[in-house]
Design a protein around this ligand. Sequence first.
Ligand code: HSE
Length: 330
Amino acid sequence: MEKKNIKIGLFGFGSVGQGTYQIIQENAALGAEVVRICIKDPQKERRISRENFTFRKEDILQDDSIDIVVEAISNAGEAFDIVKEALLAGKDVVTASKKMVSEHLAELLELQAQTGRIIRYEAAVCGAIPVLEVLDSYFAHEPIEELCGIVNGSTNYILSRMQDESLDYSTALRQAQALGFAEADPALDVKGWDAGNKIVITALHAFGELLRPEEVLVRGIDELPRHATRLAAAEGKRIKLVGRIRLKEGKLFASVMPEMLSAEHPLYSVEEENNRLLIYGKYSGLQQLSGKGAGALPTGTAVVSDIRALLNRRGYQYAKYKERALQSVV
Ligand code: HSE
C-alpha cells in the first residue's frame, strides 16, 4: 500500500520559507508535502505558481487534512497567534521565529502540555547548527557551566566585512540584507536583540531556566565607534558580538556584548555569517558547535530536520526545566 505524505501548511515565503520549500521539494523520501502557503502580499512576484498560495490563515489552520504547520513569518505577535491556533487545532508546529519563541516560552510549554501537540524551533537558534537538539537531548544530563558564542550571522558578517575590507557599516549591513541574513527589521540584528532572543531560548534547554528577553543584558554593534575595529586590529584582535550565559552560585547571568577577542580565543576565527557555540560542560569540558548561522537553505534545513522529528512524534525533552520544577515542589 502506498504511504500517504504528511501534509504541511507553510506560513511565510521569505528567506526561510523559500529555503524550507526548496528542501522539501528536493527530498521526496521525507514523505512530506507543502499543500498550502499563506502569505500577506498579493502583489509580490513569487517564483512558484500562484495556486500554491492563500492569503487567509484559516485555509491552513481550519484544514483538517493538514498535519503540520510551519511558521516562518517576521511579525512575532502574528506568529504567536498562528502557532497558538495551530496547536489548539491539533496540529504540530515548527517555527523559525526566535522573537516569538523567546517572548512566549512559558505559554508554548503550557500549550504543549494542554494540547498534547509538539512545537519545535531548531531554526530559531544558529541556523543549521543543531544547538537545541544537542543541549536538549545529548546534554540532557550534563550540568552546563557556561555557554558562549556568536549566535547572529548578520552582525558577524558585517563585522567581518568591516574588518577585512574596511567596508563601512551601512554598506556591510545592506549586503547582509541582500544575502537574506538580516531580519526584516535589521535593528533586531544590529542592536543585539536577535542574539538576546536566541540566548533566552538556549538558556531553557541548557540550564532549564525561563529567562525573559529583558533579563539579558544586551548591547549591539550599531553604536560601536567608527575606529573600534581599527583599534582592535592594531592590537591583533577582532571585534565579535558575543552571547554568554554563565551559572554562578545557582544564578544565571546572560549577556550579548561586542568584545575584542585575541587570536587564541575559539571565537576569533568565526567569519561571515557563520556562528559558533562554545559549551562548557561539567563532564564534557569544552565542546564547540560551528556552522552557518543564517541564510535560506541553512535555516531551511533546520526546519526540515524538525519536520522529520515530528514525523516520529519527537518533541523536546525539557529535562532540566522539568527537574527544576520538581525541585521547587519538594
Ligand atoms: N537574522 C538572523 C541572523 C537570521 O543574522 O543570525 C538567522 O537567525
